[in-house]
Design a protein around this ligand. Structure first.
Ligand code: ATP
Ligand code: MG
Length: 358
């Protein structure tokens, strides 16, 4: 039983019943080491209304097919794209579908070391009994290999190049040597089902160019932002409703307010007037989080659903951050573009423009 107070249990826990049902009905062939067939894994991710499987990722289903095929060939899968396009969510869902486990995850960053990728030691045991499989502390990559599971490597391009390079031989030879351990324990061979899903942000790419040798070991898939307004609106509605319920908010978000919010995000992405485009990334993920904050404000400050004025209050912190130019652009948008729109909710947004700071 899961702890209901967990803020965000992993996908295999959140959707345990869906996974169990899919597994039961799954008659299609499965690649060696996989928990589900490709067909069932795809249904888990894109949903299947008739079978009561929820849609979790919105986007091109052929992207999912290509990704799953890549993994079945045991090549690495690299998901690239703008921030907030659900790369991490997709990698979590794929890992949960393919391995039944999405928590073998390495979070890449400037301080990531090889120890955090492969293995380290329990120093108390190491000192008292020397190197042994008891004193070895396996990191996600080693566990994924030994157990035949998908390993997720988040933000791989932010890792130092030597850590990226340490993956090279591992991915081609499919073995990790542990020189300290004698005998057969000193070689950990990868089992069927082991593969790597990495994610990388197109914005951070310059920080640490990915090594060319590593690039060759991955198939790249680009995850694009949601193109269609209605689809994005539905996703923001579904996700924010769920988050608000979890936060103890007693009323669902208002549709008209969400419409204004999603449309505003799209405008500030430069979808309408390029001049409105902010330098901050106005991703769907951010739209969901603003919709959540708007609902919280309405409920906990006034006991009602969030209003367009709450949208303005929340936008400053999300959209403009600490960038004065973005704040000026946002102000201009609220003053000039918003009043041209018809509808009471747009007028309310316009009236609330003085709530922007500064
Ligand atoms: N196409 C989509 N399908 C489903 N959810 C989406 C989609 N696009 C954005 N989201 C929303 O964004 C959230 C996931 O963002 P996630 O952290 O996975 O993005 P990311 O691409 O990894 O971002 P970053 O580059 O900042 O790490 C989801 O929880 C969901 O609410
Ligand atoms: Mg991410």
């Amino acid at each position: 039983m899961t702890d209901p107070q967990l803020q965000r249990p992993p996908a295999e826990v959140r959707f345990a019943d869906e996974l169990a049902r899919l597994r039961e009905d799954d008659t299609a062939p499965r690649p060696p080491g996989w928990a589900l067939s490709l067909v069932a894994a795809r249904r888990f991710i894109v949903g299947d209304e008739r079978a009561g499987i929820s849609r979790k990722f919105v986007g091109d289903p052929s992207l999912i097919d290509r990704s799953l095929v890549t993994l079945a060939t045991s090549r690495g899968l690299m998901l690239v794209g703008e921030p907030g396009t659900a790369k991490s969510l997709l990698s979590e869902l794929i890992a949960a579908a393919v391995s039944g486990e999405s928590t073998l995850t390495i979070q890449g960053g400037a301080a990531t070391t090889e120890d955090q990728v492969k293995y380290s030691w329990n120093y108390a045991l190491l000192v008292s009994e020397g190197p042994s499989s008891r004193s070895l502390v396996p990191a996600p990559m080693l566990r994924g290999m030994a157990e035949g599971k998908v390993v997720r490597f988040e933000e791989i391009t932010r890792c130092p190049l030597e850590v990226q390079d340490s993956l090279l031989s591992l991915l081609s030879e499919r073995v990790v040597a542990i020189p300290e351990l004698p005998g057969p324990d000193g070689m950990v061979f990868a089992r069927d089902g082991f593969t790597v899903i990495a994610t990388a942000n197109t914005r951070d790419r310059g920080v640490n160019e990915m090594s060319a040798a590593l690039k060759r070991r991955f198939n790249f898939e680009t995850v694009f932002p949601i193109a269609d307004f209605r689809t994005e609106l539905e996703l923001v509605e579904q996700e924010s409703t769920r988050l608000l319920e979890r936060s103890g908010v007693g009323v669902p978000p208002r549709r008209d307010v969400l419409e204004v919010l999603v449309r505003t995000f799209r405008d500030l992405r430069g979808a309408g007037q390029p001049a409105d485009r902010l330098s901050t990334v106005m991703s769907t993920a951010e739209a969901v989080s603003v919709a959540h904050a708007v609902g919280l404000r309405g409920w906990y400050l006034r006991g009602e659903a969030g209003s367009p004025a709450d949208v303005v209050e929340c936008l400053a912190g999300t959209a403009a951050k600490d960038n004065a130019d973005d704040l000026a652009r946002l102000r201009r948008y609220l003053e000039q573009q918003v009043p041209r729109r018809t509808g009471e909710q747009w007028q309310a947004l316009h009236r609330a423009r003085h709530l922007l700071p500064g």
